[in-house]
Design a protein around this ligand. Structure first.
Ligand SMILES: NC(=O)c1ccc[n+]([C@@H]2O[C@H](COP(=O)([O-])OP(=O)(O)OC[C@H]3O[C@@H](n4cnc5c(N)ncnc54)[C@H](OP(=O)(O)O)[C@@H]3O)[C@@H](O)[C@H]2O)c1
Length: 306
């Protein structure tokens, strides 16, 4: 049964009552801003970048945070920064590709924070490399982390989110604006992001009657360690960083994620013009193919000239 939070106002309308009877939040309730104070969020890939910035932004909103990643030193620093804001901070060292480690994290986080409201499956990486130049093992590793890792986190956390009294019941996935397009040098990475987006879209419908919200996050280029990692794992001439105009800070992404926690929405595009551009790219595939090829040819010529 769906239990509504004590911080939500009673809903007098007949629309609200009929939705309550069906066991899911009404339209009126979905439009209401949710109070995040003393709620909890579990974030994978929180040792740097978007995950860390989101942990901080959530702590500023009064949430207690559990963070998971592989680098302990970075996690310890992030947890200290979160707890300095006056909220509970918990961390767990592990790999999202390992379902056993993910289960252990969620169990420990729920016990440490006392409840599970929100889960952000954020851990992921890319590699700047043409699709056919990637070895099978490299392709599998990327899917293991970005796609299976997302499923591992959401699958393990859902039972805790469902049984938390007055819980926010919100699952989020950090996909990308590349869920809609495969630029050269990022074909396999884009495929993992499209897979996350499709899974989130399906889960949104599958879990709606249980009162669970599912949101996908679609950042454009964000100033994090992402491009460093993608460059190190990739081939030298394949690096195609977005133009400066399409770069944003991780804090901007985090701010939009917190807004989505207050008022759940299906998709979060921290740079709204990117949503429009992605839509147009789908409607006009010839223009998109021309633009992507032009960018790639220029990049290759520049690389050869070096
Ligand atoms: N930056 C961008 O331009 C951009 C744009 C769109 C979408 N995204 C997506 O945003 C998410 C976060 O990336 P970011 O930009 O914040 O880059 P980042 O600074 O490199 O952060 C990636 C995070 O994921 C963690 N991680 C990587 N592999 C992991 C694994 N196997 N198990 C557990 N944790 C793992 C990393 O921590 P450890 O190394 O300590 O494990 C780190 O905390 C990714 O899913 C990425 O695809 C990024």
């Amino acid at each position: 049964m769906l239990v509504f939070g004590s911080d939500l106002h009673p809903l007098p309308s007949t629309l609200a009552r009929s939705d309550l009877a069906r066991g899911r939040p009404s339209y009126a309730e979905r439009r209401m801003k949710r109070n995040l104070k003393d709620k909890t969020i579990l974030i994978s890939g929180a040792s740097s970048g978007i995950g860390r910035a989101t942990a901080m932004a959530c702590a500023r909103a009064g949430m207690h945070v559990s963070m998971m990643a592989r680098r302990e030193t970075k996690l310890r620093e992030a947890a200290a920064a979160v707890s300095a804001l006056g909220t509970k901070a918990h961390y767990f060292v592990g790999n999202v590709a390992d379902p056993g480690a993910v289960k252990a994290w969620i169990e420990e986080a729920d016990a440490a924070l006392g409840r599970t409201d929100v889960v952000l499956a954020n851990a992921g990486y890319g590699a700047s490399i043409p699709a056919l130049d990637m070895t099978d093992a490299d392709v599998r590793s990327m899917f293991e982390v970005n796609v299976h890792g997302t499923l591992n986190v959401l699958r393990a956390a859902l039972p805790y989110a469902m049984t938390t009294q007055g819980g926010l019941k919100h699952l989020l996935v950090t996909s990308s604006c590349l869920s809609e397009m495969g630029p050269p040098g990022a074909g396999v990475y884009s495929a993992t992001k499209a897979a996350q987006d499709s899974m989130a879209q399906a889960m949104r419908a599958e879990l709606a009657s249980e009162g669970v919200s599912v949101s996908s996050i679609h950042p454009v280029g964000t100033k994090t360690e992402f491009f460093e990692v993608a460059g190190e794992l990739g081939t030298p001439g394949a690096r195609l960083d977005p133009p400066k105009i399409l770069m944003q800070s991780p804090d901007r992404v985090a701010k939009r994620i917190v807004a989505c926690l207050r008022r759940p929405r299906p998709e979060v595009w921290p740079m709204r013009t990117a949503r429009l551009a992605a839509g147009l790219a789908t409607v006009f595939p010839r223009v998109t193919a021309w633009g992507l090829q032009r960018g790639w040819d220029k990049q290759q010529a520049k690389h050869k000239a070096r």
